[in-house]
Design a protein around this ligand. Structure first.
Ligand code: F6P
Length: 504
């Protein structure tokens, strides 16, 4: 599809596909960015004419941008531009508004009698951080849109960039542009948004409705968005539709595009030398024990703590598993400048330590935690688990569930939260739990560990097929097809409407 006729696709995200490090000789090395968004997008863009615009997140990222005159550069086949942003504004945008305020609303994690407090400093972060950064990023993208003499599809990603569509609209004059945000996280119902003052939430909804179509992970999220706009914007009407909103003379679509994984790439990665080496190291643990695995960012919404509490209950109530089952947790540090994340990590470490102190013996440690961002290690572990625990409080999709289902070699059982988007595709073949229900999670662990080989195989096969059938390339392709069709539609000369002849 990379030809003159194909649209220019501009992906805009907070975190880019690569982070950079300047070496002693002045050259730059790069590392893949972490997280579901990057994992999904990095796998699909090679067939398209893509420019990826992202924030420069570190001093070395900034040096890389300066070294290239703030212009896009090709890295491993991806044309990337990193935008240098005012540091203080970035801190307010990322650490005060996006995470935690918006993230916690989306995942319904505020303990509302106590938090959030929207005080003077939050308002300052809104004006001088969130708005500023969204505007500056829109200013970096606009020249590319205006210079393109063809169709342009702009794909802003996630909750960091809610005000971006509004700012971009004001800066562009290319009529062949389609602005199509994708929201990777769950969109809660209208009441959750009452936590935000109207002067914050209204600009967010109004800006998103400056887009042409908004992508969500599930139909439930798209429906919640439509309802949210109806409740909070007096001028927004859905006219009975579950997936579109009419607002200020425009019709904006809310569509569901369930994200998935790059099947080919992941399968290739299992064959790489580093993955094999890491697998052989982990295989030692997996031969002595049955493995209950979890792979997550250190993130309160992932519900790591309740997972540990369920494992504790399992060891307490079913002593036959002592010495035979290990919970292996691969945890990726995340948002460590946010207080809620720091204290969550401390609580996780404390709970794991208490379980180990109470139950371990000379040959066996019940919980093993490995902290770090190492994708090959995660893939190695996926191949080896007997049970995969995915129990988020709320999650847009959860790609760990799909990655595990694809590459696991032991017909491992998936324990899956009913609040993860992945439940709509994998739930039928997983053990589905309520993430707050520690007791039922412990029972599900027991059920998974003693499940017959035949049942495990049937479930694992079905999940694998499901993942193979819904490749992430389709997720991306569907969004672009819809965008291009919408541009073509808008270009079509409108049929003259027949003047009604008065009947009498
Ligand atoms: O969808 C959620 C997301 O935006 C994903 O990219 C990823 O799971 C995570 O959040 C990344 O967060 P951060 O960039 O703050 O580390």
């Amino acid at each position: 599809m990379k030809d003159e006729q194909s649209p220019l696709v501009i992906i805009v995200s907070n975190r880019g596909p690569f982070s950079f490090q300047q070496e002693e000789d002045g050259t730059f090395s790069h590392q893949r960015g972490q997280g579901g968004l990057v994992t999904a997008l990095a796998g699909v863009i090679d067939h398209y004419d893509v420019l990826w615009v992202a924030a420069a997140l570190s001093e070395d990222d900034e040096k890389w941008a300066i070294a290239h005159d703030d212009q896009p550069q090709e890295i491993e086949g991806t044309r990337l531009q990193l935008v240098r942003l005012p540091k203080e504004a970035y801190d307010l945008y990322y650490n005060v508004i996006a995470n935690p305020l918006l993230w916690f609303i989306h995942h319904q994690m505020w303990n509302i009698p106590r938090k959030p407090d929207i005080d003077k400093s939050t308002w300052a972060a809104w004006h001088d951080g969130y708005k500023t950064i969204n505007r500056v990023i829109a200013e970096a993208v606009a020249p590319h849109v205006n210079a393109a003499e063809r169709q342009v599809v702009v794909l802003p990603q996630d909750y960091h960039l809610y005000l971006f569509p509004y700012f971009l609209r004001g800066l562009i004059d290319n009529p062949k542009v389609q602005i199509q945000p994708f929201i990777h996280i769950p969109w809660p119902g209208p009441d959750s948004w009452r936590l935000l003052p109207a002067e914050m939430r209204t600009p967010i909804f109004d800006s998103l409705l400056n887009a042409d179509r908004i992508g969500f992970q599930t139909e439930r999220d798209a429906f919640n968005f439509v309802q949210t706009c109806r409740f909070h914007l007096p001028d927004a009407h859905s006219r009975g539709s579950r997936n579109s909103i009419e607002y200020q003379g425009r019709k904006v679509h809310a569509a569901s595009y369930p994200i998935s994984i790059d099947v080919d790439k992941l399968q290739t990665l299992t064959e790489e030398a580093e993955t094999r080496l890491l697998k052989s190291r982990l295989a030692g643990i997996a031969s002595d024990n049955k493995i209950i695995l979890r792979v997550d960012r250190i993130e309160p919404s992932k519900n790591i703590l309740r997972g540990l509490q369920a494992f504790r209950e399992l060891l307490e109530t079913k002593p036959q598993y002592r010495g035979k089952v290990q919970m292996l947790m691969l945890l990726v540090p995340s948002r460590m400048d946010v207080e809620e994340y720091q204290s969550y990590l401390q609580a996780v470490m404390a709970e794991a330590g208490m379980i180990n102190a109470e139950f371990s013996d000379s040959f066996w440690e019940p919980v093993r935690i490995i902290v770090g961002n190492n994708y090959p290690r995660a893939i190695a572990a996926f191949q080896l688990y007997d049970v995969l625990l995915v129990n988020p409080i709320a999650d847009g999709m959860n790609l760990v569930a799909k990655e595990g289902a694809l590459v696991n070699e032991r017909n491992g059982v998936l324990i899956l939260s009913e609040n993860a988007g992945a439940v709509y595709e994998l739930g039928e073949h997983a053990l589905v739990i309520n993430p707050f229900d520690i007791h039922s999670t412990a029972l599900a662990m027991d059920q998974a560990l003693k499940m017959s080989a035949a049942e495990r195989e049937t479930r694992a096969d079905a999940m694998r097929r499901q993942v193979l059938d819904a490749n992430v390339r389709m997720w991306f392709r569907r969004q672009l097809d819809d965008a291009v069709a919408a541009i073509r539609n808008a270009e079509k000369p409108k049929k003259a409407t027949k003047k009604a002849t008065p009947s009498n």
